[in-house]
Design a protein around this ligand. Structure first.
Ligand SMILES: Cc1ncc(COP(=O)(O)O)c(C=O)c1O
Length: 175
């Protein structure tokens, strides 16, 4: 018991010391304004969904077998009051753009429907054999989200696997 406690204290100390460095390095790598260290992917997803859907009864569009929908104990609903609206997952890890479009709620119906506030992608894709999404596809979904005033969250628990595949393709094309 004492040994476990000591191990936990040592791990916490290392993380506290490393956190600022991890956050500032990820800002450079990802080209973002700021970074926030979270100890798990589940926590990162939950924070992101709750930040974007800060009104209870918001709706999030995501893949039917996405990590956020299938796992995490339904946290976005039970903790955040956010309604998941699944779209069929294609074999390459995408959702059809037209299906996403058709799923966005008309805000005039908010007296009876939840309000769509967020779209979620997962890159790479745990439940589709780790398939990565193309930059073109992500941009297309981003444009659609922007057009409808929605936020877009990318579950990037495995984002570096995906970027490694993109780099591999660039090198393959060069050779
Ligand atoms: C795509 C994706 N999101 C979220 C998670 C959850 O990450 P964690 O186990 O660190 O909570 C995983 C874990 O496998 C994942 O593959």
């Amino acid at each position: 018991m004492r040994w476990k406690l000591l191990k936990l204290m040592m791990m916490s100390w290392v993380l506290i010391r490393l956190r600022p460095q991890l956050e500032s390095e990820v800002v450079i790598i990802m080209g973002k304004e700021a970074g926030l260290f979270v100890p798990s992917g589940t926590m990162g997803n939950l924070i992101s969904v709750l930040v974007h859907c800060d009104i209870r009864g918001s709706e999030v569009i995501l893949r039917d077998n996405s990590h956020i929908r299938v796992y995490g104990n339904g946290g976005i609903s039970t903790i955040g009051g956010v309604h998941p609206r699944p779209v069929k997952n294609n074999d390459d890890g995408t959702m059809d753009i037209n299906s996403i479009k058709a799923t966005i709620r008309d805000p005039r119906g908010e007296i009876v429907y939840p309000t769509t506030r967020l779209g979620c992608l997962e890159n790479s894709h745990a439940n589709t054999r780790g398939r990565g999404l193309s930059v073109e596809y992500i941009n297309k979904v981003g444009e659609l989200a922007k057009k409808h005033g929605l936020k877009l969250h990318v579950d990037g628990a495995r984002i570096f696997n995906s970027s490694a595949r993109v780099l591999e393709k660039i090198f393959e094309a060069r050779n």
